[in-house]
Design a protein around this ligand. Structure first.
Ligand code: NAI
Length: 214
């Protein structure tokens, strides 16, 4: 892909889904797939899929389709999954511990090095092998350990302070679970995960079932 060209965020948000389906196909030993077959699996139209992938150079061949392994590898590279990222978690309560406990993130190359909390009762405990430290040492730890991703699982009242500390320490990517709209400079990437919003959307569709057609 041309470094200067911008791919739309909606295309980028579809890539992890392609990547996941291609991974499933690989596990089943399937090595070739057409955009029509990918369309049936993903729910996106075949032309949408071709257009999406064309943003990055295409990869498919007319009459052949896509080589699953090659496309999976290429998408992995595009998504940066060939890199190992160091991460820290601020807020070692229910959610912070659950995120630290999930080995799947580490398997995908996102390594949680440490959790941080202000509650003295938590400091010194370990989640798997990952230690909980005093949040006062957060900045120093980030600077010394080449941390690229800061995860926020504190209450919303503390989320902006944590984000500011992350930014001050050199972090460029924030994975924010707190229900707070963070204010950050332009070069900082924030990905918000709000399970509530997804649940409320589900609630809407349940409540308005008769109006909703797929
Ligand atoms: P919790 O109360 O179990 O954990 C919060 C932890 O943050 C506590 O251990 C507390 O001592 C710590 N903390 C508070 N201020 C701090 C600071 N300045 N620095 C470091 N640590 C600090 O809460 P829970 O259930 O884990 O939720 C955490 C956050 O995640 C909340 O903002 C909650 O609204 C949000 N949440 C988001 C979800 C989502 O879908 N994004 C789902 C569930 C919770």
């Amino acid at each position: 892909m041309d470094k200067d060209s911008k791919v739309s965020i909606t295309v980028i948000r579809r890539l992890p889904k392609y990547y996941r389906y291609l991974g499933d196909l690989l596990k089943k030993g399937i090595n070739r797939i057409s955009s029509q077959e990918l369309s049936k699996m993903t729910g996106f139209t075949a032309s949408q899929i071709r257009q999406d992938l064309n943003n990055f150079g295409g990869f498919g061949q007319q009459g052949y389709g896509y080589n699953v392994e090659e496309l999976h590898n290429q998408l992995g590279r595009i998504l940066g999954l060939d890199t190992v990222y160091n991460a820290v978690i601020a807020g070692a309560g229910n959610l912070g511990q659950a995120v630290a406990n999930y080995k799947g993130f580490e398997d995908a190359g996102f390594k949680v090095l440490c959790l941080f909390d202000k509650n003295p009762k938590l400091i010194g405990l370990k989640i798997r092998e990952i230690e909980i430290r005093d949040v006062d040492s957060l900045e120093e730890f980030i600077k010394e350990n080449n941390v690229e991703i800061g995860i926020i699982t504190t209450p919303k009242e503390n989320a902006q302070d944590i984000a500011d500390t992350y930014i001050k320490s050199g972090i460029k990517g924030i994975w924010n679970f707190a229900p707070a709209d963070l204010k950050v400079p332009e070069d900082i990437i924030v990905e918000n995960v709000h399970l509530n919003e997804s649940l409320f959307t589900l609630s809407y569709f349940l409540k308005n079932r008769s109006d909703y057609t797929t």
